[in-house]
Write a protein that binds this ligand. Structure first.
Ligand SMILES: *Cc1c(COP(=O)(O)O)cnc(C)c1O
Length: 398
């Protein structure tokens, strides 16, 4: 991670294919486009790659979340269970759909804890939206069981988990709809982009219409298409799709490199018994974008993160102190500071997020460090990194 590290001729050629036709729009212009359909081709190939029936490419992961929630009919007053450790876009999607985010604890998978879901399920819960953080999948089989038992929809934020799987079943395909991001720093990138995958034809059709002003995309004359529902514009452009299509061709290679580099980092961490690696329910399905581990305490975690940075071991994230991935510093969400005023009746439905108490998540994230796994590391880079990590950690545990 990220895919931009291995940009090459393939991306350039793919973009040139589009520029040569002059058709940047993903629909229509059948004659001018000379049979070049980058968005459509990406959708077919990505669906096939992860064994989903339908894929719909849109303009971002956030747009994918908003579109998926709308397509599933999740909205006003509905509660959606989310983790407190995610990129803030998950919560933005839920709020923009008009629904109420309800936070539940994460466990050592760094994803929602299936055993803590029951505590937050109410008669207003419409969906559980786990996030497969940092390249690996949640205990999604157990989360699915609980969703089924309570007759709640399971949706997935798989924005960080393209190509990850549990027992061979891919992230994004466990629930009724899965969302991916192909923004500039994700495993594969369109520059900006995202997609929704689903096996449900009706949800696909609603999502397809919603992201394009309600167009039903029936027939070959855009001017004569029907519009059953209102929508918005979350369309992808052919230029972005072109980059994504070239990147998709590299996904297997990206994951293979990440797994190799990840294993080397893991072997250094394994020399220190006081460090607990992240629990990954199926290690063979980890896409290995990050290596995450938990230190014995918060102070020692902070000390380690800054010692790594000081020694030149870059790309380490101590999430507890940043303000985009963990709820502790999401003051705008806690105080519901939005650009568009939120109706009082909706605010009344929300919990008082300033008083949220998530001790298990605080404990875990307070001790967690994630190291980004780069594609561009040379053998010497990794060896040097491992040596430096080893000497920093020896100093810490002396
Ligand atoms: C990146 C990301 C998103 C949002 O995707 P964008 O394409 O940047 O809008 C949503 N959720 C998670 C977990 C992400 O990492």
């Amino acid at each position: 991670m990220p895919g931009f590290e291995i940009f090459g001729e393939e991306e350039k050629q793919s973009v040139t294919d589009v520029l040569d036709t002059g058709v940047l729009f993903r629909y229509g212009f059948d004659a001018a486009r000379k049979d070049i359909w980058k968005a459509r081709t990406f959708e077919r190939q990505f669906a096939k790659r992860i064994n989903a029936k339908y894929c719909l490419l849109v303009s971002s992961g956030t747009a994918a979340l908003t579109t998926a929630l709308a397509a599933c009919g999740v909205g006003c007053g509905d509660e959606v269970i989310v983790p407190p450790f995610t990129f803030v876009a998950t919560i933005e999607g839920v709020i923009s759909a008009g629904a109420v985010p309800v936070f539940a604890e994460i466990d050592h998978t760094l994803c929602l804890d299936p055993d803590k879901l029951r505590n937050v399920i109410t008669d207003k819960t419409r969906a559980i939206l786990p996030v497969h953080m940092c390249g690996a999948i949640a205990k999604i089989d157990r989360i699915k069981e609980i969703a089924n038992r309570h007759n709640i929809m399971l949706m997935e934020d798989a924005c960080q988990a393209a190509g990850a799987h549990l027992g061979g079943k891919y992230a994004g395909t466990w629930g009724i709809a899965g969302c991916f991001s192909f923004d500039a720093v994700k495993t594969i990138t369109c520059g900006e982009g995202g997609c929704i995958v689903t096996d449900d034809e009706n949800i696909y059709k609603r999502a397809d219409a919603f992201q394009d002003h309600g167009h039903d995309h029936i027939g070959t004359d855009r001017g004569k298409e029907g519009h059953e529902i209102l929508g918005l514009n979350f369309r992808i452009s052919e230029l972005n799709a072109a980059v994504g299509l070239a990147q998709l061709g590299k996904l297997d290679r990206i994951i293979e490199i990440q797994r190799k580099n990840h294993a080397q980092i893991a072997s250094v961490i394994a020399e220190f018994p006081d460090i607990q690696p992240r629990n990954v329910p199926d290690a063979s399905g980890d896409s290995c974008t990050f290596f995450s581990f938990m230190m014995p305490g918060e102070d020692i975690a902070r000390k380690t993160a800054s010692a790594f940075a000081g020694a030149g071991v870059d790309g380490c994230f101590y999430w507890y102190d940043n303000n985009w991935h963990y709820i502790r510093n999401w003051h705008h969400i806690k105080n519901m500071k939005t650009a568009m005023p939120v109706q009082q009746t909706r605010l009344d439905n929300m919990r008082d997020y300033t008083k949220l108490n998530l001790p298990q998540s605080d404990d875990i994230i307070g001790r967690t460090i994630s190291m980004q796994i780069k594609l561009s590391w040379s053998r010497e880079d990794i060896e040097k990194r491992c040596d430096t990590m080893r000497s920093v950690l020896k100093g810490i545990f002396r």
